[in-house]
Design a protein around this ligand. Sequence first.
Ligand code: GDP
Length: 425
Amino acid sequence: MPSSAIVGINWGDEGKGRMVDLLTEEYDIVIRYQGGGNAGHTVINEHGKFALHLLPSGIFRPGVVNILGNGVAVDPENLMKEIEEVRSKGVPITPENLKISDRASLLMPWHRELDGLEEQRLADRKYGSTKQGIAPFYSDKYQKKTVLAGELFYPEHLRAHLADLLEWKNLILTGVYGAEPCTMKDLEDWLDDWCEKIRPFVCDTRTFLRDANKEGKKILFEAQLGSLRDLDLGIAPYTTSSNTTAAYAPVGSGCPWARPEMILGVVKAYSTCVGEGPFVCEMFGDEAEALRQAGGEYGAKTGRPRRVGPLDLVATRYGVELQAATEIALTKLDVLSYMKEIPVCTAYEVNGERTCEFPFPAALADAKPVIEYFPGWGCDISSCRSWEDLPEAARSYVEMTEKAIGCPITYVSVGPERESIIIRK
Ligand code: GDP
């Protein structure tokens, strides 16, 4: 049965949440397959405004089964708090509409602590972590030193496993960082307070998905962050610690048979970047502040002001290639309405040479943006609902982008609400 993926093309925060919320209507199952609670998807619908961190954005649609796949960093405490918050606005969340893979690893209490300790050690060389424990979690996962959610069903085995992990982790906490050791009592409290509560949602999602696929159910894979944060092909070391690309969806979901037919890449009509690292097209001063204000660019998880810049065609084309995107949703076009002329980064200059290829990460610090200006449209476009409604200059901006990135733009979003969308197919 055809499946699809919705992925970020740039640095994250492109508006994936609103696209998943819009498209879930057509799908039976929505799966998060990587990452953890370190970013946020914003969804606005009839229940209110939500910043989802771990829950798949299909959680609001009755009848949709939402899955946290084996590739996700499942933080029992944050997940439970998020479930309670969403439930408090009248959205039912039960083991029927939320399932956690028994093969997903659990983010332990010490992962968040270690994130903070390492950023502190790095001081002014810090990576800009959101301190949700994601990097320590994934390093432990690759060292095979985490707990699988399914182990919650094997209490004796789990206790012995936790005792082993505790002994090892305390060597690092106390020896490397000079921090307080963690105790078995801390872990028991964590099990009682949080893990017990998520246990009813844990099941064998691999066989569930295998059977659902045989029954012809439609699956949507939902990614977190964007191409440039991909652990393998992004802007190392300022990436996240998982693979943000659509190619990872079958692995991180436990559906090796899946071949997403549509890969919808989400691109924002301008650029934003949270945290440290190279951001070639960055704007500063009043120009940046005006764009930040117009777009409300403050982190969904941290409230940090985002770094902003014009649309970066070099990075975006690279992002499209990494995702093997088959179509694009261009979001927040309405935000650019205040500009008389719209700056766009059309190339980079590296060591005096102009290039349209995205450079190796270490070369990014020396790359300079080549900026060209395109005519603005000078009016509010947030009520446009068809391609013809858009002013000509706005259509030209979309067409110019489409041509430069080599992928059809099939959705143009002109506001955060579900209906503020122009469909071009
Ligand atoms: P995600 O992590 O990719 O889902 O991105 P965010 O959660 O940061 O979403 C982007 C923000 O922009 C959210 O506050 C959305 O409600 C909002 N948003 C999404 N699309 C549009 C749009 O077309 N216009 C405007 N003005 N806001 C949008």
